[in-house]
Ligand binder design. Structure first.
Ligand code: DX5
Ligand code: ZN
Length: 218
């Protein structure tokens, strides 16, 4: 298990009228993944993009696609996201009735399986599933929109999750999503996070390539 600090720029903050240029920027950068936020307007109060867009993005992206599903009953679309080119597929704990089955369906399609917790969901809900997971995504804002303020309780959750992973001898990675910048990012890496998602902080910066490199070196 490496201690490398990884960055996943979220294309929710990209320029959708010129998405190709933003994917090419990510290709050239030190980023490790392309984070794709799929929203259904039901699980979260926003609608973003879906399978056809991800499928096109996967044709030009040179980094693995880290697909974050903010949709109810994600089981309906697991095969399609695999076909569209997702490498990591994240589902929300709050959106799955039979999480164990969902996780194994994701793995059966050859993807890495990840569960996301909303800010209100406690870490102990993962106790009996942690050994089946490749990654846990902790929301550090309420999902649905970019550019929101980081929720400080996330640091406690990272510590608790790290403890659970160690206690269960799991090699599951920890990813954090929402309100990441240099300040929150440094504290998150120091608390034990492996991967940080960054949307507006990267895409609204003057030099996104440099911002990505600096986030990796925090
Ligand atoms: C929010 C999404 C995030 C979003 C993060 O629901 O899951 O991935 O793009 O945006 P920032 O980094 O701007 O908080
Ligand atoms: Zn996300």
């Amino acid at each position: 298990m490496s201690n490398q600090r990884l960055i996943a720029p979220s294309i929710l903050a990209a320029d959708f009228t010129n998405l190709k240029a933003d994917i090419e920027m990510i290709n050239k950068s030190d980023a490790d993944y392309v984070h794709c936020d799929v929203m259904d307007g039901v699980f979260v109060p926003n609608i973003s993009f879906g399978i056809p867009v991800i499928s096109q993005v996967s044709k030009i992206a040179q980094k693995p696609l880290d697909v974050h599903l903010m949709i109810i009953d994600p089981d309906r679309y697991i095969k399609e996201f695999a076909k569209a080119g997702a490498s990591i597929l994240t589902v929300h704990l709050e959106a799955c009735k039979h999480l164990h089955r969902t996780i194994h369906s994701i793995k059966d399609e050859g993807m890495r399986a990840s569960v996301c917790l909303n800010p209100h969901s406690p870490i102990h809900f993962l106790e009996d599933i942690i050994n089946d997971l490749d990654m846990v995504l902790l929301m550090s804002v309420n999902p649905g929109f970019g550019g929101q303020t980081f929720i400080d309780n996330t640091y406690n959750k990272v510590h608790k999750l790290k403890e659970l992973i160690t206690a269960k001898k799991s090699d599951c990675k920890i990813e954090i999503d929402g309100g990441v910048n240099y300040e929150t990012g440094k504290k998150l890496f120091d608390a034990g996070a492996d991967i940080l998602v960054a949307g507006s902080f990267v895409f609204q910066s003057e030099n996104p390539i440099e911002t990505i490199s600096k986030l990796k070196e925090l």
